[in-house]
Design a protein around this ligand. Structure first.
Ligand SMILES: [Zn+2]
Ligand SMILES: [Zn+2]
Length: 377
């Protein structure tokens, strides 16, 4: 490989871009595989094209001139410079930085891709949504309404009418990138960044789209339907890839929807279990009974055993929230019993009399019990 890109095109190292282009056209006509009888014409033609592509791109040509032909070719084969090349020499460091940040251009250009290695992304949109516990239990289809920057329909997101004329972007001189130089401990570091005027497109247009003012994006009202699965935990964030904001020459950002569950006036949820508090009259707690309790899945029977104490809990197995990822598996409903004390103003004189005589009979035992305990101390 004795020939460098200048030799391939037969131009001097000082050749201007128009001179290089002219030399390319001549060589290309000579070695075009369709016309040339040279058996190596195809390879030669490829090299001519590559030489022209590099030397007519100001930032690539600068890099090429800095590192030389063999390093440039090697970096291309390896897919970029690695930091193992860094010897601690400031000028090496400089070259590495310059290369690794600016190199996306080179490979993209050879592969015919866009001018920036990693495509830019639109903004991530974040939304929140509140649902009822009942909906979290059964799962629910919801439609959220919001405004979203979308690709402009008038110019198909390009930002200009199809008949707009192009000229080289004056800011970056048509390179699509701008080189920033800053001083560091290692010396000067060059950073190649995407040109903000043309967003790496390398050109400016004679007209801009009057609908989006050239941004390529317009704000639209969106109805976004989505399905919330049964048993969804509180504060779950759903990620919808590329459903966020559009960006000219980029890919859409993501959409994130955080679902929270409203407080319920009867039920309290903890994980897959539901807590419910129910009142039973004193006599039912004494003798035991069967009561009906509401659950998220409907009414259920609950057996209260004789001698139930205030604060006792009874479990209804499988009456809690659906457990995510497990079919037909639910948590439990835990029922806490409350035994309210009746207020005397709500009692008839008959009831008061009965309660007093009951109290008296039970009180004798209690008092003697306490008295015996005191004596023991
Ligand atoms: Zn530009
Ligand atoms: Zn437009």
């Amino acid at each position: 490989m004795g020939e460098d890109f200048y030799d391939i095109l037969g131009v001097s190292r000082e050749a201007t871009t128009p001179e290089i282009k002219q030399a390319y056209r001549k060589k290309a006509a000579q070695y075009h595989p369709d016309v040339s009888s040279d058996p190596k014409a195809e390879d030669k033609f490829k090299n001519i094209k590559k030489a022209k592509d590099v030397l007519t791109d100001p930032s690539l040509r600068k890099t090429y001139d800095q590192v030389g032909h063999s390093q440039f070719e090697q970096a291309q084969k390896q897919g970029g410079f690695s930091n193992t090349n860094f010897s601690g020499n400031p000028s090496d460091f400089f070259n590495n930085i310059n290369f690794s940040t600016g190199f996306g251009n080179l490979f993209d250009m050879f592969s015919g891709g866009p001018s920036s290695a990693a495509p830019m992304r639109g903004k991530t949109l974040t939304l929140s949504l509140e649902i009822d516990l009942e909906d979290a239990y059964s799962g629910v289809a919801k439609t959220i309404h919001f405004n979203r920057p979308e690709s402009c329909s008038k110019c198909s997101g390009t930002g200009h009418p199809p008949d707009a004329k192009t000229t080289n972007c004056p800011t970056c001189n048509g390179s699509g990138t701008i080189t920033r130089t800053s001083s560091t401990l290692f010396g000067q570091i060059q950073q190649v960044i995407t040109c903000s005027s043309c967003q790496g497109e390398r050109v400016s247009y004679s007209k801009t789209c009057n609908s989006c003012s050239g941004s390529g994006v317009s704000m639209n009202k969106v109805e976004f339907p989505f399905q919330i699965p049964p048993g969804v935990p509180d504060s779950t964030t759903f990620l919808f890839q590329e459903e966020g904001a559009a960006l000219k020459n980029g890919i859409n950002g993501d959409l994130k929807v955080t679902v929270s569950i409203k407080k319920h006036h009867h039920f309290k949820r903890e994980g897959s279990h539901i807590y419910y508090s129910c009142e039973i009259p004193f006599q039912d707690a004494v003798f035991g009974t069967k009561i009906k309790v509401p659950t998220l899945g409907g009414i259920s029977d609950l057996t209260i055993p004789p001698g139930t104490q205030n604060g006792d809990t009874f479990r209804l197995s499988g009456c809690g929230m659906p457990q995510q990822g497990r079919k037909k598996s639910h948590g439990d409903q835990i029922n806490k019993i409350r035994i309210p004390t009746p207020h005397p103003s709500n009692l008839s004189s008959e009831q008061k009399k009965t309660l007093k005589s009951f109290g008296k009979s039970i009180g004798e035992e209690t008092k003697s019990g306490i008295f015996n305990k005191l004596k023991e101390l």
